[in-house]
Design a protein around this ligand. Sequence first.
Ligand code: PEP
Length: 251
Amino acid sequence: MRKNIVAGNWKMNKTLQEGVALAKELNEALAADKPNCDVVICTPFIHLASVTPIVDSAVIGVGAENCADKVSGAYTGEVSAEMVASTGAQYVILGHSERRSYYGETVEILEEKVKLALANNLTPIFCIGEVLEERQAEKQNEVVAAQLASVFTLSAEDFSKIILAYEPVWAIGTGLTATPEQAQDIHAYIRSLIAEKYGNEVADNCSILYGGSCKPSNAKELFAKPDVDGGLIGGAALKVADFKGIIDAFK
Ligand code: PEP
């Protein structure tokens, strides 16, 4: 059966020292009170090699927030999937709406990134979701179906290794949250697309996280929906009390 997962996305926040302190504090909090779900923290690249050795890998997974669409070579400023894996990280967020909109990441670029992540034994947390105008025009299903093209070229075996995150862009960092019903509807739709493409077993085993202004006060209701298997958390992942409050929604 699929896993419940709470993953944090630190984005471009925290100096190295602050990030290490945050990871230590989270590690201590979860050692004292074991979570009932998988927990992942996705940090800026520069934190990865320092954070992986200080967290208990049986309790907290570590991931990057991006990786390059190229294997290696003359790509100044880029960080490859192999480099990410060499830090001990096990996950990588790909296709976040901020990467798509500010850095022009297309379906094709993301397809390359996903393949390189998998080739380096990283688990992609692949993000999809519509902007406000698309939601208002009731085009959200079409939008997520098109975005899934980046991962629907994978074999069933490889697709089974990825985690999906549905993140309505209008809810990211805005304080607006999809209602549990809105989240359930589109998660069920995404799962139906997976079932059509790969069959029911692969669809049933795929974790689909919700992201967008998730907080301790709304996590329980969202995660109670049958097709919502946890959350991808931005702002609330930067404070241990808030992040743990969301993790505790599975208790
Ligand atoms: C995100 O960026 O992945 C996210 C969900 O952010 P926030 O929780 O801050 O809305």
